[in-house]
Design a protein around this ligand. Structure first.
Ligand code: ATP
Length: 236
């Protein structure tokens, strides 16, 4: 499979404090890949560096054959990387419908783009609440809206930073089902989350980050056979 995103020797600092010390990772077309690691290990910093919200100090980021290192978040978004950010960050004073329409574009140039109707068919509970304001939704509905909004941009790659945080188990299960369905459409996904057992069941490959470095990488079957890694790096 073709490599979609390739990150090499990525180093990022917050002022004088270095957070990433040479991250290498790759995502192929259609893959679901996870970034795992305890709190504060550098997962969000990696994602923010990829999408242009932080400027890397060193390293290279290649997306669909083009160097995107150091470009603005807007340019990287237009290249087809969509971020579902930590905390969802939907517009509280816009309706569900307006939240979705505000993001409408066809960045991948697909002949069958996501539309409002398609997003509502994918998330029927959003269809039922299309005139509700963002701040009137439950946590799960807000998360679906945050995902739906990125789908409206028709990205090549969707990155989800702690998409299931704060959600009840049944709602979390809905989100996992939604990610599997999106992978089946051919969308590549980079998922940051802590539910390693579930992620082993749905993702292709995993990277474990520890203090700004990739300490382990491998397939779901490899990770499932090494529970000592979960203990050592994930505290599971
Ligand atoms: P979490 O799950 O808690 O978000 P994480 O693995 O995503 O964890 P990061 O948020 O990337 O970790 O943090 C990596 C390191 O960078 C940590 O040591 C953190 O304290 C530091 N850091 C994060 N944001 C800032 C900031 N705005 N200013 C200074 N240091 C920061």
């Amino acid at each position: 499979m073709t490599v979609l995103l390739s990150v090499e020797r990525l180093e990022t600092c917050y002022g004088a404090s270095q957070a990433l010390f040479g991250i290498d990772l790759a995502i192929r077309e259609g893959e679901m890949v996870t970034l795992l690691g305890r709190n504060g290990m550098g997962k969000t910093t990696t994602v923010k560096s990829i999408v242009g919200l932080l400027q890397p100090r060193l390293g290279s980021i290649i997306f669909r054959g083009e160097a995107i290192t150091g470009l603005t978040a807007d340019r990287i978004g237009r290249a087809g990387i969509g971020l579902v950010p930590e905390g969802r960050q939907i517009f509280p004073n816009l309706s569900v419908r307006e939240n979705l329409l505000a993001w409408r574009s066809n960045r991948s140039g697909t002949s069958q783009p996501w539309t409002l109707d398609k997003v509502f068919a994918f998330f029927p509970s959003l269809a039922d609440r299309q005139s509700h304001m963002g701040n009137q939704l439950s946590g799960g509905e807000q998360q679906m809206l945050a995902i739906g909004r990125v789908l409206m941009t028709n990205p090549h790659l969707m990155i989800l930073d702690e998409a299931t945080e704060g959600l009840a188990p049944l709602v979390r299960a809905d989100i996992w089902r939604c990610l599997v369905a999106l992978k089946e459409t051919g969308l590549a996904l980079l998922v940051i989350d802590k539910y390693v057992r579930t992620l082993i069941g749905i993702a292709d490959r995993h990277y474990i980050i520890e203090r700004g470095r990739v300490e382990w990488q491998g397939s779901s079957s490899a990770l499932s056979q090494q529970p000592e890694l979960w203990q050592r790096y994930l505290g599971v």
